[in-house]
Design a protein around this ligand. Structure first.
Ligand SMILES: [Zn+2]
Length: 271
């Protein structure tokens, strides 16, 4: 299987190109391999799934466990994708907007509001979902409640799930709301699964981490089964896994390098 390289800021401009969503050109560039693939398959809708902490090496490690995702990657494209931040908020903002953290300046949810207060139409703060909504398309977002609130007045369909101590249940709720959102036939949907990240902070063993990977994979499988044909998925990590000391104990040279470079997995594929 051929492995391509890209940056997380390329995802938004790629979707803009594929779905013909007008946006001010961002710092990322449309990924040619995805363009060719999607044109051939005729994908007309897009789903972004941020799998928190799905570093490139972690994906390789769990690919025998994450059967749904691995089978999906085998039929689609796998990228070793450079993430632009090593914490969640700026990393996801880069995925959604196509800009580097030093450009969008979103380091926390609060920053979204304070940066918009300076210039509410700043293109560097606009997610691809907002560009789609602005162009008259249907855009949905399913994320943690506070983040979801920042979409108020910017897109119509946003679903928030309150943060929870039970992160497996949290991800289940994200998945359930995503399935509801899919029934409304959005042109673009974005959601964020967090179990792997939470487990990476709290778990002490690979056995526990494996439980999270399996749960994420089951949620992905259910979403795959319920989307309309002609939907392209962008499934990607936001940053390499936290707790490098713990998880890299027995890692090889290549894994350490991938971790250091903050490479995440990006899987693009059509259903
Ligand atoms: Zn994260």
């Amino acid at each position: 299987m051929k492995i391509f390289e890209c940056s997380t800021i390329d995802i938004a401009p790629t979707i803009s190109r594929l779905l013909k969503i007008p946006m001010v050109p961002s710092s990322g560039r449309p990924i040619p391999e995805v363009e060719n693939y999607a044109t051939e398959k005729g994908c007309k809708k897009a789903v972004i799934i941020v799998v928190d902490s799905l570093g490139y090496s972690l994906y390789r490690h769990f690919s025998p466990v994450m059967r749904n995702l691995t089978e999906f990657a085998e039929k689609g494209l796998l990228f070793k994708c450079k993430s632009q931040a090593n914490i969640t908020s700026p990393a996801i903002a880069s995925i959604f907007t196509g800009y580097l953290p030093e450009e969008h300046k979103i380091y926390s949810t609060a920053d979204i509001y304070s940066e918009r207060a300076k210039d509410s139409e700043n293109p560097k703060l606009k997610s691809i979902m907002e560009w789609a909504y602005k162009a008259g398309m249907k855009a949905s977002v399913v994320i943690e409640s506070e983040g979801a609130g920042s979409f108020r007045g910017r897109i119509k369909d946003f679903y928030g799930v309150p943060d929870s101590e039970d992160i497996l249940d949290y991800d289940r709720q994200i998945t359930e709301y995503s399935l509801l959102a899919i029934k409304e036939k959005p042109d673009i949907l974005a959601l964020h699964l967090r179990a792997l990240d939470r487990f990476s902070h709290r778990a002490e063993s690979w056995k526990e981490m494996k439980q999270a990977a399996k749960a994420v994979d089951e949620n992905l499988g259910e979403i795959f089964q319920n989307v309309e044909k002609g939907t392209i998925f962008f499934i990607c990590g936001d940053h390499a896994v936290h707790g490098g000391k713990k998880w890299l104990k027995d890692a090889g040279e290549e894994e350490r390098e991938n971790h250091k470079q903050n490479f995440v997995a990006l899987i693009a594929g059509c259903i």
